[in-house]
Every structure is written in structure tokens, then in C-alpha cells.
Ligand binder design. Sequence first.
Ligand code: ADP
Ligand code: MG
Length: 376
Amino acid sequence: MSSVMARASRLIGRPRAVDAAAVLGAVPVPVVLLDAENRFRHANHAAEQFLGISAASLAQLRLEDLVPTDNPLFMLIEQVRRNEAIIADHDLTLESPRLNKRGITVQGSPLPEEPGAVLLVMQDASAARALDRQLAFRGAARSVTGMAAILAHEVKNPLSGIRGAAQLLESSVAPEDRELTVLIRDEADRIRGLVDRMEAFSEKPIARGSVNIHRVLEHVRKLAQSGFAAHVRFVETYDPSLPPVWGNRDQLVQVILNLVKNAAEAVTHPGASHPEITLSTGFHHGVRVAVPGSSTRLDLPLYVCVRDNGPGIPDDIRPHLFEPFVTSKSSGSGLGLALVAKIVGDHGGLIEVDSRPGRTEFRLHLPVITEKESDL
Ligand SMILES: Nc1ncnc2c1ncn2[C@@H]1O[C@H](COP(=O)(O)OP(=O)(O)O)[C@@H](O)[C@H]1O
Ligand SMILES: [Mg+2]
């Protein structure tokens, strides 16, 4: 057996060690390596062309021989050495009797094995701009619509599998577990609904109907407790006499889910004690809510609160809370509250926030069905 292996390895051969200099030589971007004294230890072919000096001549030179020492390039190199970090500078001018380069982008990286050595990668700004344009063009081609279509296609197939499997399980699982299979099926349906909407990429008016907000809250609570908020205590104080909301059920699930998810993330930080989320609903009898920045007053008699006992919204986030991509989480998208704000706005509702350490409350004000709409 071992002789077979030996033969095989002789036949295939071990991978040859690749010469780093040869690799650098083939890189089509000017790269030079400076040692701790700023001597040119290496320059690839692209760098020779870029600087107009052969590698052999460069090997005799120091950076000071090419560029005046007051050039910002020296500061960049010092920063790379001091911080041992990659630093880039844009729009540098490298001007001297031997050189005349403007609008250069230089990126400097430290070499961990060689103290003081700095690898410089250079690029003409015009080349960088061309690259930018190309990327922008590619970005446009892969437009949101295209992405939506691909995503919809890719998501729908496995989704119908998941739904089918849940349905099959439903008939064979113990009654107390049936709730979970129903949950899987309902959520699969909800994703399908979202994907369908994305696919159509419609800014069309949403399909609205009569929605029991307590069912929405219950649904989200179950989802949360069987998943991301398993260790959180939920307190529910609902007003059972509440009329139905005039809205879109799936979108309202999305809103509450995002709020509960944020609340759960806020209360489950390390060191949190007694994590708790309170869901409540109520009716402001005859109360109208002022629309900020206008004299309009909306009749939004129903409110839904999601409250948590977490540390509160960070001060720096607060002014931009509902803007997209605003997040304090290392892997956050910052899209949750932007989406919440959009959906609530589409519903003609309002959202308010009250936050201090130990108590953060998001309060939604939503329209209820009026006589006219219930006639539809
Ligand atoms: N209940 C909450 N408690 C504390 N901070 C919150 C709460 N909800 C939202 N935030 C803050 O608002 C930011 C934006 O939230 P969101 O738009 O949902 O994006 P993400 O959850 O991806 O960070 C969060 O990163 C967090 O800093
Ligand atoms: Mg979020």
C-alpha cells in the first residue's frame, strides 16, 4: 500500500515551492518592498515601468533618493511601521528630478516577519477611476431587480421543500409538537409572500385587510421563544376589546418581529439579568396623534408596544435610529428599523421611541378599520 502511495506521489510530484519574487513579478500592479532603512529590497516589473527605473538601479537606491523627504509618502510609511497596519493614501504627488507622478494612490502594508519593512502598492488615480467606473457599471447590471429575481428563484425551491416536509411531519408528530410544524409551515408561507413581493419588485399599494394584531403578536412571541429569545421572559398585557388593524398581516409580522428581535438582542447581552420583553396593546379613546412637522393630525387609536429591560439605545445611534445601515452590532445590518419605519409609514401609522437604561419602548400607532373600509 505504502509503495503505491510512494509511486503516486512520485508521479504527481510534490507541489514546488513558488518563488515569491516570481509571483510579485507577475502582479500587474506596481509593488515595491522597502526595508527598515527605506532601501528598495524588491521592485516588480510593473514598478520598474511605473517608476521608469530598472530593478537593478532601484536596488542601489533609497526612497529618499527618489522622493523629497517632506513628501506625505514618508508619513504614510512611518504610520505603517508604527501601527503595523495597512494604510492607504490617495492623490499623492511623487515629484522629483527623476519622477513626475501625480494623483497616485499608495497602499502600505507591514511585513510581519520583517520588522520595519513596508510593502508599497501603487496605482495611478486614472487607473483607479477606470476601475471604479467598471465596478459601478457592473453594479448597475446586477441591479436590485436582477438580484431580487435571482434570490426569489433560489429561495423558492428549497422553501417549497421545507413547507412540504413540515406538512408531512404535521400528520405524524405528537399533538404537542404540532404547533412547531405549523410554525414552520406558516413561516415558509410568510417568506414566500415576501419573496413574491420582492420578485414583483412592486412599489404597488400593499394588499390590506382586517388584521388581528394580537394574533400577530402571539405568532411573533412563539417564533421568538422557540428560537432567538428562548431564555427571555415575555410579559403580555393586551386589551382584548381592541378592534382589528387595517393593514397587511405579513408586513405587520415583519415589523413586530424586527422590534422583538432587537429587544431580545438588547436584553441578552453578556451580564444581563432577568431578560424581559413586554408586549402590550391598547386603545387611546378619542386620541389623535400629530404628524411630526405638519399640522395634520391622524386618527391612530390603536397602539402596540414592545418594551425591553436592556441597556437602552446608544446615544450616538439615537439621532439616526431609523436610517438604513445604522447599527451598533458587529454583524448587524442596520436595516431592521429602516424597514419597520417604511412599513409603518406605508400603513399610515407612526412609531415612537422612549429609551433609557433598563427600559426601552417602541410604540406603534396604527389605524383601525373604519366603517368605509369594512364595507369594501
Ligand atoms: N431595543 C433596543 N435596545 C437598544 N438598542 C436598540 C434597540 N433596538 C434598536 N437598537 C439600536 O438600533 C440599532 C439599529 O437597529 P436595526 O435597524 O434593527 O439594525 P440591527 O439590529 O441590524 O443593528 C441597533 O444596532 C441598536 O444599536
Ligand atoms: Mg435589528
